[in-house]
Design a protein around this ligand. Sequence first.
Ligand code: MTE
Ligand code: MO
Length: 413
Amino acid sequence: MSDDHRFVTRRYFLGLGAAGVAALSTARVRAATETSPDALREAIAQLEYLTPDEDFRNVGRGNPVPAKLPDEEWRAAGLDQETWELEVVPDPETNPRVRRPMSREEDTTFKWNDLMELAEEHAVRFLKVMSCNNIGPPLGTGLWEGVPLSTVIWKTEPSDAIRRVYYYGYHNEDPDQLFQSSLPIGRVLESPPGIPPVILCYKMNGQFLSKNRGAPVRIVVPEAYGFKSIKWLKRVVLTDKYQANDTYALKKNDIDSHMKTMARFITKPPESVRVGEPIPITGLAQVGMSGLKKVQYWLHPKDQEWPREDRYFETADWKDAEMLPPPTSWGSGYTEEPGARPLHQFDSSGVPMEWPLRYAIVHWATLLTDVPPGKYDLRCRSIDANGIAQPMPRPFLKSGRNDIESVPVTVEA
Ligand SMILES: Nc1nc2c(c(=O)[nH]1)N[C@H]1C(S)=C(S)[C@@H](COP(=O)(O)O)O[C@H]1N2
Ligand SMILES: [Mo]
């Protein structure tokens, strides 16, 4: 693994005053690896903040899924940089006022070079964890780069009667491959402080999007689950309809859900451990809409029953884990290019303005010691910035999986 991956210790980070924090990126900081016990040090050293593209979990429908099209067909489908054309057009059914549509009909589509030109002035970059609301662990964490969708929409000179934006991926004329999503126009044109804009994304982790990630251009919606981040983007429609038209709405998903705060394991306990042997545990927390205060864990003997009425283990003896500070290296082979654009919520010296960042992840770690022989369930959970423990306040799974994860531990006498 990357041995240049270093976390400064939390104590060290929090002990710095404002001036110290500003110097963080250039100072040679003491790594957690120098102060933690060996076993935990190793586990922490293996954590990578950004997920390499090949380790991302791909979610995409189609047979073949567009990413698997042979090069020739990929090109013909308008999915490489040279052949890509985006339409941004008014919905003929509701007739919003749009003076300069970008359409095939009028030969005014928006092309790769147009996007690169806008990127010169408008590109933004931010961290986001990509999660599918129906899959337990996140799909991966990326550093996404793109041009705000609003910048392109304004170029069409819209003036009135627009309430929603519908957008569509490539679907090969195959209804089973159709994937579409939508947002209120207000969300596309404006973002709350601290939250990045909705983008036409062309890079992840410093590289142009791979075919699996949705090349050449996908939508990325910072606060939303993956189904809003349409890959292989082909068409944007401005409409006066107020209803969502999301593909995922048909599958009983809560399509207005913002990502939830939740904790997951990364380094799980080995199958069995000798008594006296410390057990290193690491994990990540997805920082959702309600922020993150801390991560906790709880070791529960398997032979001890738990009262049924406490289904979320609220009365259990939870212990705090250590939340890790920002990485001083991103992992996945990513290094900042010289002259890279500012990173959302980071200052000019590369230090995050707050930590952890919303809609991204934070790593956590703990070392289990002196565990008596026996069989256990080890669980982890998040406490959000409002002090509410996972999976509350939103335990319904179709608005995002956030059940409390449990892993077995056996300590041999
Ligand atoms: N065109 C298209 N875009 C898509 C999908 C799809 O099937 N087709 N799946 C969506 C879903 S459900 C998720 S969770 C994310 C996953 O993004 P990833 O493959 O980059 O991890 O892509 C979204 N974008
Ligand atoms: Mo998904």
